[in-house]
Design a protein around this ligand. Structure first.
Ligand code: SAH
Ligand code: MG
Length: 209
């Protein structure tokens, strides 16, 4: 594989390249923390949290990281994007929580990041705090993406930001659900306008009801 092919393959897997990570950090620094805390859906081993955390700390705010840490459908054994060393052998299921915790600890972000371990729709249905910043990078199947749009985006405060990862308008570049179930409906709702686009990362701003 050439380096360019390698990068395309990694992007299709949801890996976050440095330019998207820096754009994520920049968007988090642009968020108005007076509107509420920040929250990410889908943390995996903590890479995106590493980009978000310092921006949230500078704003003296908090970053809630929601993940059941059992992996998405495409991470399970027998699927293409499975990493066998992330399976807890005692349980026979994926477990990224220990690695996530170590990542957060090693980055000195334990005072900024609050891990919420659970199913995203279950947490979203009980969530009540308005968010200054929401990053959606959870399950990329049609139904998980649709639910994350439906249940989380209403929590973004007017003036707050919604970031979406793995948005691929061109089907040849990657999976459809983040584009079709989150990005397009957010724009079509009239509640969000696009603020920036970097690789597969889109940042939208909530503009009112
Ligand atoms: N944002 C991370 C990558 C996230 S990968 C980064 O860039 O570093 C997607 C994550 O979503 C996985 O860790 C998976 O466990 C989580 N996920 C998928 N469906 C979920 C659900 N219904 N509830 C909670 N987490 C979920
Ligand atoms: Mg991703």
């Amino acid at each position: 594989m050439t380096p360019a092919e390698q990068q395309r393959a990694e992007a299709a897997r949801g890996f976050m390249p440095p330019d998207e990570g820096l754009a994520l950090w920049k968007a988090a620094t642009d968020a108005d923390s007076r509107l509420g805390p920040a929250l990410e859906v889908g943390s995996y081993c903590g890479k995106s949290a590493l980009y978000l955390g310092p921006a949230i700390r500078d704003a003296a705010s908090s970053l809630f990281c929601v993940d059941h840490h059992r992996g998405s459908e495409e991470n399970q054994a027998g699927w293409e994007w499975h990493e066998p060393d992330l399976v807890d052998p005692a349980v026979g299921k994926m477990d990224t929580l220990p690695i996530f915790r170590r990542t957060v600890h090693d980055a000195g972000l334990e005072d900024v990041i609050v891990a919420v371990v659970g199913d995203s729709p279950r947490v979203a249905r009980l969530w009540t705090s308005p968010l200054s910043f929401l990053f959606i990078d959870g399950g990329h199947g049609i139904e998980p993406a649709r639910l994350d749009f439906e249940l989380w985006t209403p929590h973004v405060a007017v003036g707050g930001l919604l970031a979406i990862h793995d948005v691929f308008p061109n089907p040849a570049d990657g999976g459809r659900p983040p584009y079709e179930q989150i990005y397009l409906p957010a724009l079509a709702s009239g509640h969000f306008v696009e603020a920036s686009a970097t690789g597969s990362l889109r940042v939208l701003r909530r503009v009112g009801d």
